[in-house]
Design a protein around this ligand. Structure first.
Ligand SMILES: [Mn+2]
Length: 317
């Protein structure tokens, strides 16, 4: 008897959709009895021996040479140069770092290689995966208060009742539409709690602001008692071009900087490159760096804010 295939997925919205889509396609197209389980970052520690002697696939997570099926869009997917050299596109593997999220490349791959036309509900899930994973929200209101089923599910994930809950929801996504999943009582309950957390985070943001001009909001949310909401700065300061903030980590502090997705500067500064100067990194629009102490974090945050402010001024001349 052949072993059952397990699809391991990144524990977020587009990862869950990826697992549901691939499971459904493998079942219907190849009669493969696949199940699914989330994978987390801790499992990278012994990546070489991941699921040794098991049959598995991986979606929206690091490349593994023993994966029977593997699809990802993260630029950082290869843990070592050796792993990078082991990858080449095949009829079961695909990496496309230009894709805003993972599900679209699975759907396209299924069409191109396996002749599968996905049901409409997967196309819808794929669309929302792009919106959520690449933060392509219409405006800050949609990002924070959007009521579409996908956005409710995604927000509910921030108040999950347990670590295995995403597995339950993937099961619901294999068979049902986003609307059906969003209507589940457990999703509704988690969403209610997540919405209260959001409102609290928005209230708590104002006192964390250290300084703001028209262009850059600098805040210190390093206290563990403060709830954080990703776009709080641009909710309170919609005209700002950037935010720079300090948040706590397990071992110290993290300076995070981001460009306002709804008010993009005409000449912008590459935030990832700026953060590399502080031992961190990121992309053009968002980046961060760790700091061992709060004083150090404040110094870095202030310098980054000054740099971004200067960049904006320079662009006006
Ligand atoms: Mn993901």
């Amino acid at each position: 008897m052949t072993k059952e295939l397990t699809i391991h997925y990144h524990r977020d919205f587009d990862g869950m959709v990826s697992a549901a889509v691939l499971t459904k396609i493998l079942r219907t197209r190849f009669g493969e009895v696949a199940s699914w389980r989330s994978v987390n970052y801790d499992q990278r520690a012994d990546w070489e021996n991941f699921q040794k002697d098991e049959r598995f696939g991986i979606v929206d997570f690091h490349f593994h040479p023993r994966a029977e099926y593997w699809f990802d869009h993260h630029p950082t997917t290869f843990l070592t140069p050796e792993l990078r050299s082991q990858y080449q596109p095949s009829d079961r593997w695909l990496w496309d770092e230009t894709s805003p999220s993972c599900p679209p490349l699975i759907l396209k791959h299924a069409q191109d290689h396996w002749g599968v036309s996905p049901p409409d509900r997967f196309t819808e899930m794929s669309h929302w995966s792009n919106v959520i994973d690449a933060a392509m929200f219409r405006d800050v209101e949609q990002a924070l208060f959007g009521d579409d089923p996908a956005l409710r599910i995604s927000r509910a994930l921030t108040a999950a009742p347990g670590p295995d809950w995403t597995d339950t929801l993937v099961g619901a996504m294999v068979e049902g539409s986003l609307e059906e999943v969003a209507r589940r009582p457990d999703v509704e309950k988690a969403w209610q709690r997540a919405a209260r957390n959001r409102d609290k985070a928005l209230r708590q943001f104002a006192p964390t602001v250290l300084s703001t001009d028209e262009n850059v909001v600098l805040y210190d949310a390093s206290s563990n008692r403060i709830r954080r909401e990703r776009f709080a700065a641009f909710f309170h300061f919609p005209k700002a071009l950037y935010s720079v903030g300090i948040i706590p980590t397990r071992a110290g502090f993290h300076v995070t900087a981001g460009r306002n997705p709804w008010n993009i500067p005409t000449t912008d500064t590459n935030i990832g490159a700026v953060m590399e100067g502080y031992g961190g990194g990121g992309h053009r629009a968002v980046g961060g760096a760790n700091a061992p102490s709060l004083d150090e974090a404040k110094r870095i945050a202030c310098e980054v804010a000054v740099l971004l402010r200067r960049g904006v001024q320079a662009s006006c001349q």
